[in-house]
Design a protein around this ligand. Structure first.
Ligand code: SAM
Length: 259
């Protein structure tokens, strides 16, 4: 086995050292054994060994060559690829496997949000994702309208997927310990997307939340056709009061009223 390496903070390397937590995470995956599973950031393999026992079609994506060397020594037959998860072509990988992918990973926390947005964008070729992340981000994913943590990520995640917060994880089960607490979330990508222009929908959500203190009548003004005003009750509401379904209805209204 190669000498253990020094964890790199800038790569978000906090390794899970509690086998019970590792087992719980792997058991949260709903894939059956013949389905393709992709692990993001396997590191030294806290989840990888357990995954391989159940899922022979496992592919692991890791950016650190030192971790790849460790994994290849432990599991010579493992399909581990040197990749930056943010540039992975999920559609190509799913086409290679011939079916939708089940994604799992203890995420590198410095890029949690971009990874989540990339997975949500790739929803057509994904079945589910079981992900450990900062508890604060996990709470944002499932936040309800009106709460402080409800924002762009909540609305997009709840429209593009069904997020479920499964269980919290203490910072004490990692080496080195991260500063923040963690939680495991499952995103299920089964439901059909709402019948609305997705680019406009995203633009509406972003524009509204970027000025979350303003009423929508003001914050969305520049998206309206000249001379149009937003109807009540949307006009007087603020971004955090609208449900994901309200954003869809509002975007449909904008589509209809644009020339
Ligand atoms: N799965 C291991 C565990 O549970 O102990 C490691 C988890 S650690 C929190 C995050 C892992 O993601 C590290 O192995 C790190 O090298 C890897 N990583 C960081 N940035 C990455 C990127 N852009 N693409 C792929 N892997 C990355």
């Amino acid at each position: 086995m190669p000498a253990p390496f020094r964890p790199r903070k800038r790569l978000g390397q906090h390794f899970l050292v509690d086998p019970n937590v590792a087992r719980k995470i792997v058991e949260a995956l709903q894939a059956s054994p013949e389905q393709p599973v992709v692990e993001i950031g396997p590191g030294t393999g806290a989840l990888t060994g357990l995954l391989l026992e159940r899922y022979p079609r496992l592919t692991a994506l890791e950016i650190d060559p030192r971790a790849i060397a460790t994994l290849q020594t432990r599991w010579p037959a493992l399909d581990v690829r040197h990749a930056d998860v943010l540039t992975v072509n999920w559609a190509e990988l799913a086409a290679e496997k011939g079916e939708k992918l089940h994604v799992i990973g203890n995420l590198p926390y410095y890029i949690t949000s971009p990874i989540l947005f990339a997975l949500l964008d790739a929803r057509d070729v994904l079945a589910e994702a079981v992900l450990m992340m900062q508890r604060e981000v996990a709470e944002r994913l499932v936040a309800s309208p009106g709460s402080k943590t409800y924002g762009i990520l909540s609305v997009i995640a709840q429209l593009w997927a069904t997020p479920a917060l499964l269980f919290p994880v203490s910072r004490h089960v990692f080496r080195p310990r991260p500063r923040v607490e963690s939680a495991v979330v499952r995103l299920t990508f089964a439901q059909p997307l709402p019948d609305v222009d997705p680019t406009l929908l995203r633009q509406v959500i972003r524009t509204a939340f970027n000025q979350r203190r303003k009423t929508l009548r003001n914050s969305l003004r520049r998206l309206l056709p000249p001379g149009q005003t937003l109807p009540a009750p949307w006009s007087q509401a603020r971004a955090e009061m609208l449900t994901p379904a309200d954003y869809v209805a509002l975007t449909r209204w904008l589509q209809r009223s644009s020339p």
